[in-house]
Design a binder for this molecule. Structure first.
Ligand code: FES
Length: 163
């Protein structure tokens, strides 16, 4: 399948049939991220058990890319150890806003390659990384021992250069 077919098919599928959409009442971390360009928001819930993501869910409003990317992110990290989730985040970061390399993406996560297709629309990259930055911030908060975060922009981990 070509990248553009993978892009269209995967993004559409996750947008129309979002995985892990909803809230978790028993979340260890509830965090909110927003895309400063459009104001769209994403709420992320994680339940952590034995240093792994036992459950994850998201709600929020936003464009098809932001919602599809959130669905893909939750599917990619659910059930993974916190260290694995960090690694997956770093691999996506490298692919989306770094060198573009995809070597660190595990084979069973090849659906995530579809996110590369978004790079042809630079203004939409922030939509695609919203969920991933919110994940990163959530993991950092958890590791820092905080239970719940205040709403704040997710500008730090995967900053997208405007241009
Ligand atoms: Fe708002 Fe994409 S336009 S997240």
């Amino acid at each position: 399948m070509s990248l553009s077919e993978l892009y269209k098919e995967t993004i559409l599928d996750h947008y129309q049939n979002p995985r892990n959409r909803g809230r978790l009442d028993d979340a260890d971390i509830a965090n909110r991220g927003h895309n400063p360009l459009c104001g769209d928001e994403l709420e992320l819930f994680l339940r952590i058990q034995d240093q792994a993501i036992a459950d994850i869910a998201f709600t929020g409003r936003g464009c098809s890319i932001s919602q599809a990317s959130a669905s893909m992110m939750t599917e990619a990290v659910k059930g993974r150890s916190l260290a694995d989730a960090q690694r997956i985040y770093e691999a996506v970061k490298e692919m989306m806003v770094g060198s573009g390399a995809t070597d660190d993406l595990e084979e069973d996560l090849e659906d995530l390659l579809a996110l590369q297709g978004i790079k042809q629309f630079p203004v939409r990259v922030k939509c695609a990384v919203l969920a991933w930055n919110t994940l990163k911030e959530s993991l950092d908060l958890y590791l820092a021992g905080r239970k719940e975060a205040e709403s704040r922009p997710t500008t730090g981990p995967m900053a997208v250069h405007e241009g």
